[in-house]
Design a protein around this ligand. Structure first.
Ligand SMILES: *Cc1c(COP(=O)(O)O)cnc(C)c1O
Length: 358
């Protein structure tokens, strides 16, 4: 069987050393020494400031919105369900506008149109789908012209840079997921990168029950802290991450070279690197998708319709400014196996098998 995804396995010898440290410190959670070490190393590795570790990528979205005072959100219908459900859960009203047909990211023109049609939200949320950066320049314009906040769901975009600058430095906040299935992981975990230091400080109180050190309870908070065991896994995995990303990006390009004449490959941001987070292919029709899927299943190759269905159809009672591209794409999109342990031989097999279904 060729697995769709396979989590990075942390080196146990290295992990044991960190776990011993935790016992020596007698400090298991609440912004401990390993938490702080991981924060520093991630800021350094990613090229960002104001990075706050949290317990998962979903609460990263929730805490980002709470911190920025977001109440109403215009979001993308083509993403993992958490990009919408995280906000709905805390009664932030989410409406949708459409994606770009070739990058699959929230389309700035469609956002402009929504505003023109009277959309009145305080925050735009856009996902860097499959790690491919959104049109961040266009969203910067919308941000200043419409006086809205921008949150990027960067759960797929670990290590992605635009013009040599971390993609996490755009918008008011970017959120990461460190779930075991992501490029970099802490088993469960995540982070928020804030543009403003004061938002970072506010969020750090919010994720610890609203407690401000030395001042007591200053807000209604939640518990969304990352503990020392998770930080230990992160520190071990971070040592490997350069190799992991290089390898995954290489595998991604191998796939693209073998498939580009047969299926639609997403249009990558021209000034950004790739991290090989996913291998999406867009088929011509649902019938073709079904045939490819059957061919892969027959050869024990895992694959998934990711993301499907289009989220405007899941949250069908929400306001929708037209999501026909998202519906079209989500009905035809398939993700193929891509992870740190896929081999080039696997990829040849997968490409040959997929082609049989075309
Ligand atoms: C994985 C993911 C999330 C959720 O992250 P968790 O850490 O699993 O809570 C949110 N958004 C996107 C786009 C994701 O892929």
């Amino acid at each position: 069987m060729i697995a769709l995804n396979s989590p990075l396995t942390p080196d146990l010898k290295k992990l044991q050393k960190y776990l011993e440290k935790i016992n020596d410190n007698g400090w298991y959670t609440n912004f401990g020494p390993l938490h702080d070490e991981l924060t520093e190393k991630l800021e350094d590795y990613l090229g960002v400031k104001n990075l706050l570790l949290v317990n998962n990528g979903t609460s990263a979205l929730q805490v980002a919105a709470k911190t920025l005072g977001s109440e109403s959100i215009l979001s993308t219908p083509f993403s993992f369900v958490a990009t919408v459900s995280a906000f709905e859960w805390q009664d932030n009203k989410v409406s949708f506008s459409d994606i770009d047909r070739r990058s699959y990211n929230l389309c700035p023109k469609s956002v402009e149109e929504a505003f023109y049609k009277g959309c009145n939200v305080d925050t735009v949320v856009a996902t860097h789908v499959y790690g491919n950066p959104c049109d961040v320049d266009a969203f910067e314009n919308i941000k200043s012209q419409r006086n809205v906040k921008v949150i990027y769901d960067a759960a797929h975009a670990f290590g992605i840079k635009v013009r040599g600058q971390s993609v996490l430095n755009y918008g008011d906040a970017s959120t990461l997921s460190f779930h075991a299935t992501k490029v970099f992981h802490t088993v469960e975990g995540g982070a928020i990168v804030f543009k403003e230091k004061e938002n970072f400080e506010k969020a750090k109180e919010l994720i610890n029950f609203g407690i401000k050190p030395g001042r007591g309870i200053v807000e209604t908070g939640i518990n969304a802290k990352l503990n020392e065991y998770q930080a230990a896994v992160g520190l071990v995995n971070l040592e490997e991450i350069d190799n992991v990303i290089e390898n995954r990006a290489h595998l991604f390009h191998t796939y693209c070279a073998g498939l580009k004449d047969f299926v639609e490959i997403l249009k990558w941001h021209p000034e950004a690197n790739a991290n090989g987070a996913y291998m999406p292919i867009r088929l011509e029709s649902q019938a073709q998708l079904k045939r490819v899927s059957e061919a892969l299943t027959e050869c024990n190759i895992q694959h998934r319709q990711y993301f499907s269905p289009s989220l405007d159809t899941v949250f069908h009672q929400n306001v929708n400014y037209g999501c026909s591209n998202s519906k079209f794409i989500s009905d035809r999109m398939l993700c193929l196996p891509l992870h740190a342990y896929v081999t080039k031989q696997d990829i040849s097999t997968i490409i040959e098998t997929a082609k049989k279904g075309l």
